[in-house]
Design a binder for this molecule. Structure first.
Ligand SMILES: [Zn+2]
Length: 79
């Protein structure tokens, strides 16, 4: 489970670039997003179940999505 911060993970809703060196920041933050996607893909290819929520997500909805994923997993492994 990952909780992605809106700034460092360049959230579409709250992304804002510092005024100084905006182009460099944009490239850095986009690279962070690409790395997030690559890390998710690697983990999933290794059989991990990945849940990503945003810092801005409603806490209850985030907890519900995690609980749902755990319930799915539990039904798969037969506990
Ligand atoms: Zn956000």
């Amino acid at each position: 489970m990952f909780v992605d911060g809106c700034f460092w993970h360049y959230c579409d809703e709250h992304a804002h670039l510092p005024k100084a060196n905006a182009a460099l920041w944009r490239e850095k933050l986009l690279a962070n997003r690409r790395r997030d996607a690559a890390n998710t893909a690697v983990l999933q290819s290794e059989g991990w179940r990945v849940v990503r929520v945003w810092e801005h997500d409603d806490v209850r909805e985030a907890a519900d999505s995690i609980e749902l994923e755990l319930a799915r997993w539990t039904s798969i492994v037969g506990r």
